[in-house]
Structures are given as C-alpha cells and as structure tokens.
Design a protein. Sequence first.
Length: 591
Amino acid sequence: MTTICDDPDAFADDQLAGWLALYADRVRGVTGGVVALPTTGKDPQVAVVIGGGSGHYPAFSGLVGPGLATGAVVGNVFTSPSAAQVYSVARAADQGRGVVLSFGNYAGDTMNFGLAAERLRAAGIDTRVVVVTDDVASADEVERRRGIAGDFAVFKAMGAAAAAGASLDEVERVGRRANDRTRTIGVAFSGCTLPGADAPLFTVPDGHLGLGLGIHGEPGIRDVPLLPAGPLAALLVDRLLAERPDGTADDGRVAAVLNGLGDTKYEELFLLWGRIAPLLERAGLTVVEPEVGELVTSLDMGGCSLTLQWLDDDLERLWRADAATPAYRKSAASVAAFVPAAAGAETAAAATVVPDASRASRQAAATARAVLAATDALLREQEHDLGRIDAVAGDGDHGRGMVKGIGAACRAVDAVDDDAGVGFLLGRAGEAWAAEAGGTSGVLWGAALEAFGTALGDGAAVVRPTDVVAAVRAFADAIVQLGRAQRGDKTLLDALLPFADALDDGVRSGLALPGAWSAAAEVARTEAAATAALTPQVGRARPLAAKSVGTPDAGAVSMGMVLTRVGEVLAVHCPTTTTTTTTAVTTGVHA
C-alpha cells in the first residue's frame, strides 16, 4: 500500500511536483502534465503526447524525452486526465509540425483525448489520435481491447519516428502499424491499494493468479491456479502466439517486454524471462533487444505482463533507436558494446578422476545415495515451516537454503559413477552443497559432509559403527571450527553435539547402528526443541535475541529432522549387525 502520503486527494499532484524537481534539467511542468525541454540545435519535430492516469510510473511522465514522448498528460490516480489538461500539454509540446495523441483504450481517455483533439484542430494544430489496444484478454474484437504494457512499444515506435524527422502522416502510420502488431497478456498475483485506502481494490484467492489483468486496478478476467515459472511462461507465450497478428507470417523478429506491475521483484522477472526466452526461440522467433523491468505499473500490484511486437524492418529500426528519458535510456552505441565477440574454442574441462574404492566403501556409497534422496524429500516437505521458524529472529531463508543445498548435493552424486566410494561421493556432495546453497548453513553443511566423507575414506575393508561415530565427530568438529560456536549458543550444534554423544554411547553399549542412530536422533529432536528457551549468542539472530526466545533455532530443528530421517533409512537399508558396512556408510551421509 502507499505509505508515504500527506493528503490522499493530492497524491498525484504531490508526487509529480517532487518528480519535476528531480528532473528539472530535462522536463518542465505545464498545466496538466509535463513536456520535454527544447533540445539545442535540433529541428522541430512532430509532438508525440502520451498520457493517462497516475500510478503507472514510468508511464507516462517517465517516458518523456529525446527519442520517445514529447509530452505526457498526468491525470489523477487511475483517472483519465481532463480534455483541458490534454489540450494544455499538447499546446505546450507542439513544435509547429502537428501532434499525435496516444493512450490506452479506456472510455475516459478516449473521450477526453478525443475532445482535446477537436479543440487542437480548431486552434489550427493538426492532431492525430493513436489508441493502443494490445490486451488480448480484455476482448475478442481488437478495437475493443484495453491498452496495457503494449503502450510502451507503440509509444517507442512513434517517438523514434518523430525524432528521426518523420512527417505527421508517417508518425501516425507508424503508431497504427505498431499497435496492429503488438499483443500483451498479463497476470496478477495481488491487488493494488489506492493512496489513503486500507484495502486493495481486489484480491486474488490464495493459490491462484488473475489472468488478464488491467492496469487501473482491475482484477483478471478469471482466476486460475497459481503456476510455477515454467508453466506460467508457457501460458503467456502460448496465448500471445495464438493471437499472432495477421500479415506477420513471414516476420520472425519480435520486440519483447516482460513488465512488472509494481510489486513483483526484478529477480522474479529475470527468472521468468529465463523460461520465456527459450519458448520464443523454439517457436521460431528472434527476440530483438528485449526489455525486462517496470515500464507500465499499477501502483503496488503484484503481477507481470508479456508484450510481443512483431517487427518489420521499419519497426525494428525504431525499436533499436536511441532514447533518453528519466526512466528509460537506450543507445545504439552502448548496445553494440555488449555484443559478444566470436567465441573461441573452449578448453574442455579435465574429467574428475574417481579413486579406486573398496567393496565396503561402494556399498556405503549406495546407502549414502538413498539417505541423500530421502533427506531431499524431507526438506522440501518442511521448507516453509523451517522458513517460518527462521523468520522470527532471522531472515527466513533457512528452509530455502537447506532445499538448495540438498538439491545440489543430490545432483552432484547423481553425476558420480557407481564405482565411487563413500568418501569421494560425500566429498562431491559437500562441495556442491556449499557452492549452491550459500549462506552460513550452506558453508557449514558442505564442509561437514566433506569432513564426514574424508573420515570414512574409500579404502576400508569394513565400515564399522565406531567408524561412523568417528565420522560424525569429524562432521561436528568441522561445524564447530567454521562456525566458532558451542553448545548453548542456540545453533544447530545444540542438536548435533548431544546426538554425537548419544550415538557414541549407544554404539559402545552394543546397539546396532540403526538402533543407536534412531535413539540418538530422538535426543537431537528433544534438544532442538529445548533451544526455544535459549538466547542466541552468534549469527543473525543475536541482535534480535529477546524476540528469539520462545522459538527454537531453525538450524537445530532441521538438524533433528534430518538425523531422524537418516535413522529411518538405516532401518530399511542396513542389517542389524554392528559390523555392517552399509549401515555405517548411510549414517555418514547425513551426519
């Protein structure tokens, strides 16, 4: 929601005043909006005047500048500017070569820009109107469709044509052709909240997304189940390909805009683009200088849209053309500077040599694989609960980090030959965990797994329970040395160290490894729960120590979970004899 505000009724004017103060060297305010400052030495050009309600920044004022719009009319939040405002801005933007008014296809905008166009013509200013109708979800008939993020692609074409000295007829023709070849589909994850309001304009049911959103706070045309990035990318691409404009069968080039609506983070957009780009390539399309970011927003709406503009030679030239506005800049020289040189021959990486391993070590490695797979399933089930616990006094990423770590470890061991021993296998698992999980827990778990593998090695004739106990000690020692923590500091060591002691006691008392492990894991779970009463002494939770009291440490909880799951695997995969090789190995994987 909009937090920084004095008077909600004055929000649009107040934000524009601040924006004008920021960019006073590039634009000037006029009644109803803004116009670009004159450029020294430049011939007069057709004025491209865009606009609509506020709340869509960078559209519309942020797109005023060389190579794009000449002026922007700024209405109230999500409200069409008045005809008087449009007239005022267009008069100020006119350079004697005529004006093109362009906006999204909404009733209020159509009426007010239309009335202003009549007044401008009556005043002797040749005025044309280009309405953007790119939203494929809003209607079957193209002329009834709304204008959403495709606004940007149409504005860009006209602005570049005007900057190149095109006539009024030509700028209008370019705008209409650009609109005819532009299609957009959007999805909403959450509604937006108007300044001064205490609730969003609409809500999206949990576990769903709104397909076919508008940019004035309108919900989607229908709600569909929330999709992961891959299926979401396919939904967006397939819908636009199904709406491919007539007359573009031979045009395999597209300008693409993946647009954020205000609350969807750039990292999410980058991830989604990584799924979209291959789909477009597979469809036989060449993407020309794609744009990913916020270009036409809707206050704080969560959501995104994909726009494709099918290019011909003229539209591609205009799409690539330079532009310099407060919110958008493109330079042919800078784009060219990033074109990679021809790739040289790549040096093949030397294959990793897998050391010889004893039969016992290979058997242990097989059990280790089973343990890692079971742990992967466990952590994916518990990811959100672990994140919730961690968020009380931390950054809430523990569950995600553990899932990334175990996933990397599983992929690493999947790539290791079946003849590898347990030491080599766990070494690769630890390296991958540390490399991909990141964060404190990633480093600790990675180093600990490597230490466990090193302790077991690859050449033992028999892997005994006492060898596993020693490997668990090595696992714990690696964490103590790296983390510089001790029992009582409210870390995973509060579960791990009691586990190691209990496992040692159980094995010394003659219990088979599966039984000793399971009993020790129960101790770990009990001690993990007891961390709720502790005050953190190290790590990110330390500054919020008081807040942490009453909630167990996420690292200790996940440690207890993992050790318990290892015990369950051992009970299935390992014989009950205390000298079983496989038993020892499996334990090592998870300790």
